[in-house]
Design a protein around this ligand. Sequence first.
Ligand code: IPD
Ligand code: CA
Ligand code: CA
Ligand code: CA
Length: 271
Amino acid sequence: TGSTPTPQELLAIAIDVAREAADTAYRMRAAGVEVAATKSTITDVVTAADRAVERQVLDALATIRPDDSVLGEEYGAGAPGATGSGVRWIVDPIDGTVNYLYGLAHSAVSLAAEVGGVVVAGVVRNVFTGEEWTATLGGGAWRAGQRLRCSTETDLGQALVATGFGYDAARRSHQARVVAGLISHVRDIRRLGAAALDLCLTAEGRVDAYFEKGLAAWDQAAGGLVASEAGLRVAGLRGLPAGPDLVIAAPEALFAPLHDRLDDLDAAGGP
Ligand code: IPD
Ligand code: CA
Ligand code: CA
Ligand code: CA
C-alpha cells in the first residue's frame, strides 16, 4: 500500500488510459461495427467495442493500480485489490454508443477517479475528434491547454440547453413532455447523444446549460467534475445533489430559472 495519490497523479493515469481506450474505439469503428446485444430495451444497444474498450481500461488499471476498485457500465463493479486503496475508477467505455453505431463523430471515453467517494480527477476524450477535456478537484477544467469557463448568459430565454433521453419508452415520453414544455422558454434545445460530452460542452459555453434525468454514475462522473470546475452549478432538484433523478448543470444565473422551470414540468418525476 502507499499513500493516496494526488488528483494530478490520478489524472495523469486517467489520461494515458483514456487515450489508449479511445484509440481502440476508433480503430474498431474503422473496421466496422454492429450491434452485439441489446440491454434494458431494444433501443439500448451495446457493440463489441463497448465491451472491448471497457475490458482494456480494466486491464490497464489493474496493472497500474491493482488495489483500486472500479465501476464500469458494461462489467459493473470490480472488487478492490487485496489491500483496498480508497481509490475507485468510474468508466464509461463509450458514451454515445448510438452515435458510435451510426458513425456520428460524437462519442467519448469517460474515466474518473474517486477518492473516498469524491470524484477528484476526470477525463473525457472524443473518440473521433481527439478533443479531450480534463479536470481535477480544485484544479480547474481544461481542454487543449486552455482553462475552461462556462457561459456568462443570464437570460434563460436566450440559453441553448442540451439534454438527453433514457432508453425506457415510458421515461422517454415523459422526457419529451418536459422538452415540449421547455422549448418555448429557451433559445433552443440540443440532443447530441453523449452525456459526458454534453457536460464538457457546457463547461466551455458551447451550450449554455444541460439537464438530464436518469444518468448513471459513469455518464456524469468525469464530465460532472469538468462542468463544476468550469464554474457551473451541478446539482439536482430542490437542494439535492446531482444524481439519477436529475442532473442540472447551469451557470449560476441560469440555475434558478432552469431549475424552477424543470421543477414545474416535473422533470425528475415520471417513470
Ligand atoms: C447514454 C448517452 C445519452 C444519454 C443516455 C446515456 P451510452 O449513454 O450518454 O446521451 O441521453 O442517458 O445512457 O449508453 O451511450 O453510454
Ligand atoms: Ca453513457
Ligand atoms: Ca456507454
Ligand atoms: Ca449504454
